[in-house]
Design a protein around this ligand. Structure first.
Ligand code: C2E
Ligand code: MG
Ligand code: MG
Ligand code: MG
Length: 282
């Protein structure tokens, strides 16, 4: 018995892949527990109106500080949540909490703030959850109107089942919510969908934005996306605005809003409200 047990637990050498698979598996187990114990947090990153300099809204971004492993990046746990189906629970949690936070800010200031909150929707949620039901229930419990919400969807949510995606996008519009195409330019969707689906905002992926200062091709792509958006009557947001030069250039090119470390990193709930106040024009 002793021998068999020893043979089953290699200690000296372990192929990288085996340990990666093991970590993935533990992340799944621990994420499930963390969701049940409400241990995830939403942080809020401002989106700045590049003309006025005011905060237009905030994107809610999930954060997970693990008891032993420390901070685990969404780049790691979101894919695990998607593969395991936990994204349905995580997605509803994010929707409810983001809406409640904006309602709390309204209450703290004593008015309906000229702000929206953006929530990311995974393609898995679009494929498997009842998004309209999820959003209307968040609106009901927070008391917000639909126009205070932006739902960020990716091209991958269209590609798999365009018919279903169309119904989801239209249901969101029926609730008066704003629909943004996240990471635009990195997916595989056909431009025909841009015309067919009710999309309000194109979010230009940070890979194009961060390339702008050294790569004329990246500038060309950003320009092309901006004029495409304008022609189709859509607004634009640039992700990954890390420098004042980028903010100025994007503003000059006509990009409506910007998001990135130059303005602020994702902030805790109360820091985010303080940030909004500090940039409010009076
Ligand atoms: P995303 O939706 O494209 O969010 C933008 C990401 O860019 C965030 O990464 C943000 O922290 C990061 N970012 C913002 N400004 C800058 C900048 O100036 N430079 C650089 N290098 N990065 C910047 P984060 O928070 O690590 O999230 C990564 C991705 O995980 C998100 O990409 C989103 O796809 C996903 N995610 C996060 N929270 C949720 C959630 O609640 N639900 C779902 N479905 N996905 C989420
Ligand atoms: Mg996003
Ligand atoms: Mg994005
Ligand atoms: Mg992106």
């Amino acid at each position: 018995v002793k021998q068999a047990k020893a043979a089953g637990t290699p200690q000296v050498y372990e192929p990288k892949e085996a340990s990666a698979a093991r970590r993935r598996f533990s992340i799944e187990t621990e994420l499930r527990r963390a969701l049940d114990k409400d241990q995830l947090k939403l942080f809020y990153q401002p989106l700045i109106n590049l003309k006025s300099g005011e905060v237009a809204g905030f994107e809610a971004l999930a954060r997970w500080t693990h008891e032993d492993r420390g901070e685990i990046s969404p780049a790691e746990f979101i894919p695990v949540a998607e593969e395991s189906g936990l994204i349905l629970q995580l997605g509803r949690w994010a929707m409810d909490n983001a809406a409640q936070t904006l309602a709390n800010w309204d209450k703290a200031i004593g008015e309906t703030l000229p702000l929206y909150v953006g929530v990311n929707l995974s393609a898995i949620q679009v494929a498997r959850d009842n998004i309209a039901d999820m959003v209307s229930s968040a609106l009901r419990s927070s008391g917000l109107t639909g126009d205070r919400l932006t739902l960020e969807l990716t091209e991958s949510s269209i590609v798999q089942d365009p018919g279903r995606a169309t119904r989801v996008f239209e249901a969101l519009k029926a609730l008066d919510a704003t629909v943004a195409m996240d990471d635009f330019g990195t997916g595989y969707s056909s431009l025909a969908y841009l015309q067919r689906l009710p999309i309000d905002v194109l979010k230009i992926d940070k890979s194009f934005v961060s390339g702008m200062m050294r790569d004329p091709d990246a500038v060309a792509i950003v320009r092309a996306v901006l004029s495409l958006a304008e022609a189709l009557g859509m607004s634009t947001t640039a992700e990954g605005v890390e420098t004042v030069e980028l903010a100025t250039t994007l503003a000059a090119l006509g990009c409506a809003s910007g998001q990135g470390y130059y303005f602020a990193k994702p902030l805790e709930e109360d820091e985010a409200l303080a940030y909004w106040k500090s940039r409010r024009r009076r």
